[in-house]
Design a protein around this ligand. Structure first.
Ligand code: PAF
Length: 280
């Protein structure tokens, strides 16, 4: 497994692969790799000649400095896991490599950045889009893999690749969960035992919501979900929304959209967690 720190090394690798008509799969991450990430790596390895994984904790997507400083970093373990899964290249750039000059570009994110995360994390998706487009340009891969846990992020990445004409296929992959239902996330490493127990209310609410589709009104189900979270846990709920899976707009009736997701963000102590399920 090669470890590259510069965009030039990564670009040369992809150019050589392309010359040989070999495909490159790309898994962008911020490290602290868990089994959810590894499922993306395994999918890429099984579908491509080469797999590139980037590990870069991107400062421009953190609207909260403390959140950035606390973000878990486990590089040695990450490299071991990637080696075991036969990842071919790890891209480990410095902040200066990705941002040699201050970048204030504002991206068109099609308005899907506005609800949910957009309300609580202003600027987050602009920074995310900025780094993803920079990474896509450097990796020049054929296909990129992202987890469906970051549901709004995935919708925005699909939008920007079309909007900015990036010739890459975007593949969304199912959320992996611990046995008790908690969605796998790098941030779970920051939870103490009590917080982790409280966090279970998130997936329980989402699974409970799924049972209620078409049996009660959207309004009643939303009220039930918010109440369930506040009564069964010490979580601080930021939002619970039931949305059209394509536009991410809230729906008022189950017949408002063909595909519908329920999405949650909540704090367990200081740790912000998000999750979602497809309702139909
Ligand atoms: O999902 C993540 O880990 C990050 O938001 C991403 C896509 C790697 C961009 O920094």
């Amino acid at each position: 497994m090669e470890v590259y720190k510069t965009k030039a090394e990564l670009a040369l690798f992809s150019t050589n692969a392309k010359k040989k008509k070999e495909t490159v799969g790309f898994v962008p991450t911020m490290g602290a790799l868990h089994d959810g990430h590894m499922s993306l790596i395994r999918k890429s390895v099984s579908e491509n000649n080469y797999t590139v994984c980037s590990i870069f904790v991107n400062p421009t997507q953190f609207n909260n400095k403390k959140d950035f400083e606390r973000y878990p970093i486990t590089i040695d373990e990450d490299l071991k896991k990637l080696e075991t899964e036969k990842c071919d290249v790890v891209f480990l750039p410095s902040v200066n490599e990705m941002y040699p000059d201050p970048d204030n570009t504002q991206y068109d994110l099609g308005g899907i950045d506005k609800p949910m995360e957009g309300v609580f994390r202003p600027g987050h998706f602009n920074g995310m889009a900025m780094i993803v487009l920079k990474l896509f340009a450097a990796a020049n891969a054929d296909v990129a893999y992202f987890g469906e846990k970051d549901f709004q992020q995935l919708a925005i990445i699909k939008y920007i690749t079309k909007r900015y004409n990036v010739p890459i296929k975007i593949v969304g992959c199912s959320t992996l969960r611990d046995e008790d239902g908690l969605a796998m996330s790098s941030r779970n490493l920051l939870l103490n035992a009590d917080q982790r127990k409280n966090a279970l209310a998130i997936s329980q609410t989402l699974f409970g919501t799924k049972q209620k589709v078409n049996k009660d009104s959207v309004e009643n189900v939303k009220a039930w979900a918010k109440n369930f979270i506040s009564q069964t846990s010490n979580l601080k709920l930021e939002y619970f929304e039931i949305v059209n899976s394509e536009t991410l707009e809230s729906i008022l009736d189950w017949s408002d959209a063909e595909n519908i997701n329920a999405c949650v963000a909540a704090y367990a102590g200081e740790v912000r967690l998000i999750d979602n399920v497809k309702l139909k």
